[in-house]
Design a protein around this ligand. Structure first.
Ligand SMILES: [Zn+2]
Ligand SMILES: [Zn+2]
Length: 246
């Protein structure tokens, strides 16, 4: 399967990156992880009738702002959006007038599901609440014999390790800089992300959600990557439009 990082910033766009969005393409599915400003790029990769599943971690705008580009899409099979319980009401408000074109006026049918009560049929998927200011879910997906854990935004918590346990790829956040205290934070720094990867038996660690203010350049991300590699060598700092085979 292919994993494409389409947005790797947290908070806001910079010259370096859009805000968070990743896409996993398998033989069976197009799976999109969050819909930050990089979301518009998924359009060029959705080429056939495979189901399109979008998993939203939470509704902070850097994770959903890309949804205002939905009117550009024309996906005959529609998109199934999965999110934490209680979030469909607020999301519907966001996806309506006067903010954007209402869902019932656009070409692509968008079906909203709260994952607690409506899980994706036939997909091996676990989820759980991370440590963040609003309700925020991490996801663990079993695809083509591999396990991908997608956990952002989060501080250090037990659920993060439970979702990441022995996975093939952990995609998690790196909002803070090396050396910053994250013991009480609802975000991670590279040492914390690498520590989780090591402790929880992860095989590969991909860092995303680099805080736009703290990481103005790719050089800053390189510093984070090097710091993390001292703790967990198989780490990479993801960049926009990076593609990975798993
Ligand atoms: Zn965020
Ligand atoms: Zn957030």
């Amino acid at each position: 399967m292919k994993i494409r990082f389409l947005g790797t910033n947290g908070w806001y766009d910079t010259k370096t990156a859009n805000t968070v969005c990743a896409m996993v393409e398998t033989d069976e599915y197009y799976i999109i992880l969050d819909a930050g400003s990089g979301f518009y790029k998924t359009r060029e990769y959705i080429k056939d009738g495979r189901p399109v599943l979008l998993f939203l971690s939470h509704l902070h705008l850097d994770h959903i702002i890309g949804l205002h580009t939905l009117p550009l899409f024309n996906i005959p099979q529609g998109i199934d959006v999965y999110m934490p319980g209680g979030m469909t009401g607020p999301l519907k408000t966001f996806l309506s007038k006067p903010y954007t074109s209402p869902l019932d006026t656009i070409a692509t049918r968008v079906r909203l599901h709260e994952i607690d009560t409506e899980r994706p049929p036939k997909l091996d998927c676990r989820f759980g609440p991370l440590l963040h200011s609003p309700t925020c879910y991490g996801y663990r997906l079993r695809l083509e014999g591999k396990t991908i854990s997608y956990c952002t935004d989060t501080g250090i918590c037990d659920e993060l390790c439970a979702l990441a346990k022995d996975c093939d790829l952990l995609i998690t956040e790196c909002s803070f800089k090396p050396g910053e205290d994250v013991s009480k934070a609802s975000h991670l720094n590279p040492e914390a992300a690498a520590g989780i990867a090591k402790e929880c038996g992860v095989k590969k660690l991909g860092l995303i959600h680099f805080d736009a203010g703290r990481y103005p350049s790719l050089k800053d991300r390189g510093f984070a990557e090097n710091t993390a590699r001292k703790i967990f060598p198989n780490t990479f700092a993801a960049t926009d439009d990076q593609e990975l085979k798993l």
